[in-house]
Ligand binder design. Structure first.
Ligand code: ATP
Ligand code: MG
Length: 392
């Protein structure tokens, strides 16, 4: 038996998706169930909302989890009552008293056109009941503190107050898979978050240079992915040993072209690994102009080495906004741990902001990079970083 308490999940942008809409909604339903799988809940998946029926669960915990499911616009904790005006008034008054707002407004939607009263009549009757029962209550039709929703459907009447904001975006997986270059800095974890929020399932690739880079960097990458596991319960990580190739690049390119050539090699290696694993595109945490390798000139020299399309979710973001997002999602404190990644082990001097393609090609012709790339690809280590079920 279902209780009369439930959460109603709204999709927003999703409901504009023509003929694929039911696929989207089914996927969202599946992702919600996965995120709440340790609760014994029942679900009703409808065209413009999902009901999650509650018994006596910890609603705070459920709320925290739902806030991290991509594709949810908002959700509300609701009560279902019979389509009877006395019942409706009683429940509306109870919810009003629970919050005791300075002002309120009733917003009725009559989906069941058989119901004898019109929305406006219901608004007036229920509003009048609350005003009569609560001497301090005040209606504000423009900016009410509490907007109390009453939805009359065929099967009953749903009453709920606040809408809790969800992540927005699309259900994870609806867009296919992307291989994301994850450095352990502040930016790239945020770019993974933005991708997931948009419905893109992510895999991560990290370039390391042992023994120059410490194992602590790997722990840092794993910890970052554990935070991101809140949005995607399992994230595949490819670890590439870049030491020999990087040493060689440093030798042939020198300090000013080191980063440009390194990035070109990273793109080549990443696109091979992506193709092998059915990732449709690559992504980086680059932001235009932030450093020498991220000027438009640099990007135009680095990008063509990828045989897949490359997206840069943070391309137009300011650093301060990226930092705020990193703090909000909980990756910032991990990102600022001091361990060096492979990009900082050799001194970079006067990095070129406008790399000359002829110079780049000449450097690359001077060593057997294809052979070295093959070695990197063949020795890649694969780990699956999973949400810690123990903690749930
Ligand atoms: P981040 O904070 O993401 O490290 P950044 O501002 O430090 O970015 P760079 O170090 O120039 O900028 O790196 C730019 C992008 O290149 C990163 O966002 C990431 O996508 C990719 N990248 C850099 N280093 C690595 C690495 N060691 N492994 C995987 N990807 C990397
Ligand atoms: Mg970096």
């Amino acid at each position: 038996m279902n209780s009369n308490k439930m959460i109603i999940v709204f999709y927003g942008e999703l409901s504009t998706k023509g003929k694929n809409i039911m696929d989207f909604i089914r996927l969202l339903g599946k992702n919600i169930k996965e995120s709440l799988k340790d609760f014994n809940l029942t679900y009703d998946i409808k065209k413009d909302h999902i009901y999650i029926h509650l018994q006596n669960e910890n609603v705070t915990e459920i709320t925290q989890r739902l806030k991290k499911v991509p594709g949810i616009l908002s959700f509300s904790i609701a009560t279902k009552v019979d389509k009877d005006m006395d019942e409706i008034k009683k429940e509306a008054d109870r919810q009003y008293k629970e919050i005791s707002p300075s002002t309120f407004k009733i917003d009725c939607k009559r989906v069941d056109k058989e119901f004898p009263l019109h929305s406006d009549d219901i608004n007036r009757q229920v509003g009048g009941h609350i005003l009569k029962n609560n001497p301090d209550s005040k209606v504000d039709v423009h900016h009410p503190e509490l907007l109390l929703h009453i939805t009359i459907r065929e099967e009953g009447c749903y009453i709920y107050g606040y809408k809790i904001k969800g992540l927005g975006g699309y259900p994870l997986g609806v867009q296919g898979k992307c291989l994301s270059l994850l450095s352990g800095g502040i930016d790239s974890p945020v770019s993974l978050y933005l991708l997931m929020k948009r419905g893109i399932k992510v895999e991560a690739i990290h370039f390391m240079a042992p023994p120059y880079t410490s194992n602590m960097v790997i722990d840092k990458i794993k910890d970052l992915l554990s935070v991101l596991n809140d949005y995607q319960s399992s994230i595949r990580l490819y670890l590439v040993n870049f030491t020999e190739l990087e040493k060689k690049i440093y030798k042939v390119a020198g300090p000013s072209y080191l980063v440009t050539i390194m990035r070109r090699m990273m793109m080549r290696i990443s696109s091979i690994i992506a193709k092998r694993n059915n990732d449709l595109i690559l992504a980086t945490g680059e932001s235009i102009g932030q450093v020498a390798s991220q000027t438009l000139s640099s990007i135009s020299v680095i990008d063509p080495t990828s045989s897949l399309a490359v997206i840069r979710p943070l391309a137009t973001y300011d650093k301060t906004d990226i930092i705020s997002l990193a703090q909000q999602i909980g990756t910032y404190e991990i990102s600022i741990r001091p361990y060096e990644d492979c990009c900082t082990i050799f001194p970079i001097k006067d990095p070129v902001t406008h790399p000359d393609i002829k110079t780049v090609l000449k450097i690359e012709e001077s060593f057997p990079y294809e052979e070295m790339i093959k070695q990197c690809v063949d020795s890649v280590a694969v780990l699956d970083i999973k949400r810690d079920e123990e903690e749930l």
